[in-house]
Design a protein around this ligand. Structure first.
Ligand SMILES: NC(=O)c1ccc[n+]([C@@H]2O[C@H](COP(=O)([O-])OP(=O)(O)OC[C@H]3O[C@@H](n4cnc5c(N)ncnc54)[C@H](OP(=O)(O)O)[C@@H]3O)[C@@H](O)[C@H]2O)c1
Length: 318
């Protein structure tokens, strides 16, 4: 299936679930049919959820292709199967999480996270960018995270992979601008997807080899309950993130950084308010270890304020 003239070709990675699936469907169902979506996933056997959600758009404004961001061959094959290799908008969404005390995580597991979250994005950009440069046009969007801007305890390796990508993209953005190619980061806070479920399942199976009893206690009894509270109180939906992403790609001057959850703006600001890093490290320490009960109450209040009747979802950029 070829895109109709005037339609923008959008290729999205990791569309079997969550945010990627929702972005693909949102763009494919655009009322003015401005997009031809190439929704990719590493295992096409998982296509049913996407196909169901796409409805009539499937086979019209949405096509499916296999793509594993960890494989050079798969990336090359997928892009060479795109008509004229022409991609107007590349959305790098595929990603994996990793949670827990560093002592219990093998270097192999850490490499798997970097292979997907960092090298996966680099691989995609390397393959798509030369054609965008030739055409002097294109937009590359990267699904980063608030954790690409601010470290979060017990998310050390995941955070590092997102920081790596932020650094890579911040550097690339300058060169790409010279070729009229835009680069935008989307930085969600917690989002209710399988990501959260998969991480909690992994945690339930964890055995903590080599971790001392105090660290296990801080992780299980202090960090995990706070994390669940935060997800419940502040979590956005994949639809929220899809709407935000659509706004970013439709903007006449897309921003480089796009936090999707305004509740996180002050947290990120802490870091820039004190260049020594002391303010953010001490604040997070106190929030977790000294004001745990207060944090629980704050999250409960936030949860009430964001319940369905009072919900005021601020999708930034406003
Ligand atoms: N959920 C959150 O709280 C949150 C917050 C901030 C940022 N993010 C970011 O948002 C992005 C999407 O996550 P999500 O929340 O939508 O989670 P999700 O539902 O688990 O979706 C992740 C997607 O990435 C795919 N994927 C994993 N490894 C891949 C590979 N090697 N090649 C191709 N696809 C691969 C998964 O495919 P399979 O089904 O084959 O595994 C799945 O389609 C990630 O980059 C994540 O870091 C999530």
């Amino acid at each position: 299936m070829a895109s109709s003239s005037g339609q923008k070709v959008v290729l999205i990675t990791g569309c079997s679930s969550g945010i990627g699936l929702r972005i693909a469907v949102t763009l494919a169902k655009d009322e003015k049919k401005r997009y031809h979506v190439i929704a990719t996933m590493r295992d096409l056997k998982k296509k049913d959820k996407l196909v169901d959600a796409a409805g009539d758009a499937y086979g019209k404004t949405l096509t499916l292709m296999p793509l594993d961001v960890c494989s050079d061959e798969s990336v090359k094959q997928c892009i060479s199967n795109v008509k004229d290799r022409h991609i107007d908008i590349l959305i790098n969404n595929a990603g994996v999480g990793l949670l827990g005390p560093v002592e219990s995580i093998s270097i192999e597991e850490m490499k798997r996270v970097f292979e997907t979250n960092f090298f996966g994005v680099v691989r995609m950009i390397k393959e798509v960018m030369p054609d965008m440069k030739k055409r002097r046009s294109g937009h590359i969007v990267v699904m980063s995270s608030v954790m690409g801007l601010q470290g979060v305890v017990f998310n050390d390796v995941y955070t590092a992979s997102k920081f790596a990508m932020e650094g890579f993209c911040e550097s690339m953005a300058v060169q790409l601008m010279k070729f009229n190619i835009r680069l935008s980061m989307i930085e969600p806070g917690p989002v209710h997807t399988e990501f959260e479920t998969k991480m909690m399942e992994d945690v339930a199976k964890m055995e903590y080899p080599g971790v001392d009893a105090d660290t296990i206690r801080y992780f299980k009894d202090v960090y995990l309950p706070s994390s669940i509270d935060i997800f419940e109180a502040m979590g956005q939906t994949p639809e929220d993130i899809a709407k935000c992403t659509k706004k970013v790609i439709e903007s006449s001057s897309p921003r480089f950084r796009n936090l999707t959850n305004s509740l996180y703006t002050p947290i990120v600001a802490l870091k820039y308010a004190d260049e020594t890093g002391g303010l953010s490290v001490n604040t997070f320490y106190n929030l977790l270890f000294n004001f745990g009960p207060l944090m629980h109450i704050t999250m409960s209040i936030l949860k009430c304020l964001t319940c369905s009747c009072l919900r005021r979802r601020t999708i930034s950029p406003n």
